[in-house]
Design a binder for this molecule. Structure first.
Ligand code: NCD
Length: 285
């Protein structure tokens, strides 16, 4: 049984192999997961991640037990996460878990008889978002993810997608990171990669950026800060750069930028479906 709790659980070769299968298969329907059942267990709001797993399962002939609103499940009666996970493990072949407490996916994996996939644990990690984020770079950069100038902006302290993506991109040579945030939302010091430059001003680095990764301020985790990139600032980006965002967006990127060829945040979701289809096949079939 393979749990997927962290980017550390995926070796380099595994990821490249998954991406090449994703390119071949895209979102084509199949029966590869016929008679298999997935539980989507979400203790935090989700639109994209839960629907993406749902679609990835059903497109391959499988079914899903969606527990998206824990208000209506036994958690509200006081049931522990462990008991809920053991329950769902008796009824399904895999559990996709999102939970507000960092480390809860590891607790779940300790008691689960079926694989657990981390769909976001508090401010910890979000490894399947990294699969699709990495894929987006790979797909738009001649199948390479090294020697890039990556600028990450927003809530770098509490956002989990940045932490997982930095783990992946730090594996490859020549990647340089610019971290742009107010001091109180800065990337955790203990995890700072070697080639990192920290600044509070995007204008210091935007014109020297290959990948701009924009994130939302995590108000639900206590962050308080509002920012918006202007069209003027975004137009300082090199012509060949790409702009990513895990979404949801609040005010970070103006809608007028959505049709710019550099904007890849809606493509990311499509790629996420391809990647999750391959992942589920690997883990469950
Ligand atoms: C992200 C998350 O939940 O961490 N959303 C997602 O899964 N695409 C980003 C966020 O909520 O800001």
């Amino acid at each position: 049984m393979q749990h997927l709790l962290s980017v550390d659980d995926m070796k380099e070769n595994y990821i490249f192999d998954l991406w090449s299968k994703a390119i071949d298969q895209k979102d084509n329907y199949s029966n590869a997961l016929k008679n298999k059942i997935l539980t989507n267990l979400f203790y935090e709001p989700s639109t994209r991640t839960s629907s993406s797993f749902y679609s990835a399962m059903v497109r391959q002939g499988g079914s899903v037990i969606p527990i998206n609103n824990v208000k209506f499940s036994s958690a509200i009666k006081g049931e522990s996460l462990e008991d809920t996970v053991m329950t769902m493990a008796t009824m399904s072949d895999c559990i996709v878990l999102r939970h507000p407490v960092t480390g809860s996916v590891a607790k779940a994996a300790n008691v689960s008889k079926v694989p657990i996939i981390n769909a976001g644990d508090g401010e910890g990690e979000h490894p399947t978002q990294t699969l699709l984020d990495g894929f987006t770079i790979f797909y738009n950069n001649n199948e390479k993810i090294d020697n890039l100038r990556i600028t990450m902006i927003g809530d770098l302290r509490n956002g989990r997608t940045v932490k997982s993506l930095v783990k992946l991109l730090s594996r490859y040579s020549g990647n340089h990171f610019n971290f742009v945030s107010p001091k109180e939302l800065s990337f955790p010091k203990e995890s700072l990669p070697k080639n990192a430059f920290e600044t509070t001003k995007i204008n210091n680095v935007i014109s020297e950026t290959d990948v701009l990764y924009v994130t939302r301020v995590q108000t639900e985790r206590g962050s308080d800060h509002k920012y918006s990139l202007s069209l003027e600032q975004l137009n300082l980006l090199p012509k060949k750069s790409i702009v990513m965002h895990p979404l949801p967006r609040v005010s970070e990127i103006p809608r007028e930028f959505d049709n710019d060829p550099r904007a890849k945040y809606f493509d990311q979701m499509r790629y996420g479906l391809w990647c999750r289809m391959v992942l589920l096949k690997d883990i469950i079939a």
